[in-house]
Ligand binder design. Structure first.
Ligand SMILES: [Zn+2]
Length: 153
């Protein structure tokens, strides 16, 4: 599934899980037009969360609730441990390679980490909806979509 496809599927789910809501009259308007004021300028109401315009926030809330974000620090550490030895010997002492690298050059380490994460995002394995604060695995999103998207009847 391509990124655009995932985004539009998530948007569809956000629509399906919310109810049009007239903020002026403070009531639901399931038909898409408020029966009281005839307005179609409606918010989306996500039961138990609240209401707001648009669906972007709904997608964020749903994912926060249903999926785990990726611990990018952990996956980078694992990759380094797989590429290099888990421990490194200096003199007669043996240290954790990851800790050694991190402690000696934390700036270089975090640059390398974000480069690695960017690479995963470019390969369409990871995706972020908030400019890189939180990442999700694409395959997690795909199963979420499969389980939650109701095909239009
Ligand atoms: Zn109204």
């Amino acid at each position: 599934m391509c990124i655009e496809n995932i985004k539009s599927s998530l948007e569809k789910i956000a629509f399906q899980k919310t109810i049009p809501f007239c903020y002026q009259c403070y009531k639901e308007a399931p038909t898409g037009t408020c029966k009281t004021c005839m307005s179609d300028d409606l918010m989306r109401l996500l039961p138990e969360f609240g209401c707001e315009y648009g669906t972007e926030w709904v997608v964020e809330e749903l994912l926060k609730e249903e999926l785990e974000t990726v611990d990018t620090e952990e996956i980078f550490e694992q990759v380094i441990e797989e590429c290099y030895e888990e421990t490194t010997k200096i003199g007669f002492m043996e240290f954790s390679t990851v800790e050694l690298m991190k402690n000696n050059d934390p700036i270089y380490w975090s640059m390398a980490q974000s480069e690695y994460v960017d690479g995963l995002a470019q390969d369409e394995q990871l995706i972020s909806f908030d400019n890189g604060s939180n990442y999700y695995w694409i395959h997690d999103l795909e199963s979420y979509i499969e389980e939650n998207l109701e095909e239009a009847a």
